[in-house]
Design a protein around this ligand. Structure first.
Ligand SMILES: C[S@@+](CC[C@H](N)C(=O)[O-])C[C@H]1O[C@@H](n2cnc3c(N)ncnc32)[C@H](O)[C@@H]1O
Length: 306
C-alpha cells in the first residue's frame, strides 16, 4: 500500500519517464537535530534537512569535485557542510544580498574576531537592538553584526523589507528567544578553519554558473528563490526573490559537470524540467512549522538517489 503510493508520487513528477520504480523518494524525514548546525543564520528556506542527500550525492560521484559551487547560498549550510566534510576540493559560495554577503565576507575575508567579540559582548534589549540596527554604516563588519542581530530577532529570520521583530518568542522570551551568543561565536570561530577551502563571492549566481560551466569535474547545488511571488504569509522572504527560472534551467542544461537543484513542488517546475529532459523526484522535508511537505530534487541523473 505504502509502496504503491510512493510509486504514483514518483510518476507524477517524473519528467523523463526514465526513473524506474525502484528509485523511490526517501519518505523518511531527516531529523535535522542529527545534522551539524554550522550556519550563524536561521535562514528562510534553509536546507539543513538536505545535508544527508548532498553527502550521498557527492560521495556517489566517481571523482571528488574540483569545485563545489552554490550560486544561491543564503544561509550557506550546504556549502559549509561540503567544506567542513571535505566533500569537494574547493567550495565557491555565492550570494547577491548585500546584508547576507557582508556576514560571509567578514567571516571568510574580514575581521572575524571583531565580529565574534561584538556578538559575545552585546547586551541584548530593545534599546540596544534599536541603536545598532538604526546605525547607518558602510563598514562591512558592522553591517555583518547588524545582519546577524536582525536575523536572530526577526520573525522566521526574515530580513527582507516588511519583516519585524519577534514579539513573544519561545517561552515569552521575546527577542532573546533566538539569541545564543556563545553558539554563534563558536560556529563563526570554527569557520576560520575552512578559510582556505571556501571562497565567498558577492555576485549574481547566473554569472558565476557561466564562469564554471565548462569543467566536467565541477558540481553545482542550486536552490533559487521560488515561491509564488517570493512571498510566504504575506512577507517576502528575500530581498532578491525574482529569478529567471527558464534561463536557469537552460543554463543548467549546459553544465558539463554535475548539478542538483531543489525547488518547491509545482507543475510549472516539472514542466521546465521536462523541457530539458531532467529527472525529478519529490523528497520529504518538514517546514519551519514542522509540517511534512515535499520539495523537488532535479538533476540530469538521479539514479544515485536510492
Ligand atoms: C532559497 S534561498 C537559499 C537558501 C539556502 N539554500 C540555505 O540553505 O540557506 C535563495 C537565495 O538566493 C539569493 N538570490 C536571489 N537571487 C540571486 C542571484 N541572482 N544571485 C545570487 N543569489 C541570489 C537570495 O538572496 C536567497 O538568499
Amino acid at each position: 500500500m505504502q509502496r504503491s503510493r510512493k510509486v504514483s508520487q514518483v510518476s507524477m513528477f517524473d519528467s523523463s519517464a526514465e526513473i524506474s520504480p525502484d528509485i523511490l523518494p526517501n519518505n523518511n524525514v531527516v531529523n535535522v537535530a542529527s545534522v551539524p548546525q554550522r550556519s550563524p543564520f536561521r535562514y528562510p528556506g534553509g536546507k539543513t534537512w538536505l545535508v544527508p542527500t548532498i553527502r550521498h550525492w557527492l560521495n556517489s560521484l566517481h571523482k571528488k569535485p574540483t569545485k563545489f559551487i552554490e550560486p544561491f547560498a543564503g544561509g550557506g549550510i550546504i556549502s559549509l557542510t561540503v567544506a567542513f566534510e571535505d566533500l569537494a576540493k574547493k567550495v565557491v559560495m555565492v550570494e547577491l544580498d548585500e546584508q547576507v554577503a557582508a556576514v560571509w565576507r567578514t567571516i571568510f575575508k574580514g575581521d572575524v574576531d571583531w565580529l565574534i567579540k561584538e556578538i559575545l559582548d552585546f547586551d541584548l534589549n530593545y534599546e540596544s537592538v534599536e541603536f545598532i540596527i538604526s546605525q547607518k554604516t558602510r563598514k562591512r563588519e558592522q553591517i555583518a553584526f547588524q545582519t546577524i542581530l536582525k536575523n536572530r530577532i526577526y520573525h522566521g529570520g526574515i530580513m527582507a523589507h516588511g519583516s519585524g521583530m519577534i514579539k513573544y518568542g519561545e517561552n515569552g522570551k521575546g527577542i532573546a528567544s533566538r539569541w545564543y551568543p556563545q553558539t554563534l561565536a563558536r560556529r563563526i570561530g570554527e569557520m576560520k578553519k575552512i578559510r582556505d577551502k571556501l571562497l565567498f563571492m558577492k555576485a549574481d549566481g547566473f554569472e558565476i554558473i557561466k564562469n564554471f560551466i565548462n569543467n566536467e569535474n565541477n558540481a553545482f547545488y542550486l536552490d533559487p528563490p521560488y515561491t509564488a511571488d517570493g512571498k510566504k504569509a504575506g512577507t517576502r522572504l528575500y530581498k532578491y526573490y525574482e529569478v529567471d527560472h527558464d534561463l536557469l534551467f537552460s543554463l543548467c542544461s549546459k553544465i558539463k559537470g554535475n548539478f542538483l537543484m531543489t525547488y518547491d513542488t509545482s507543475e510549472k517546475v516539472v514542466a521546465m524540467a521536462k523541457k530539458h529532459h531532467f529527472q525529478v523526484l519529490p523528497i520529504a522535508m518538514k517546514n519551519t512549522h514542522h509540517m511534512k511537505m515535499t520539495e523537488l530534487l532535479i538533476s540530469k541523473n538521479l539514479s544515485w538517489f536510492r
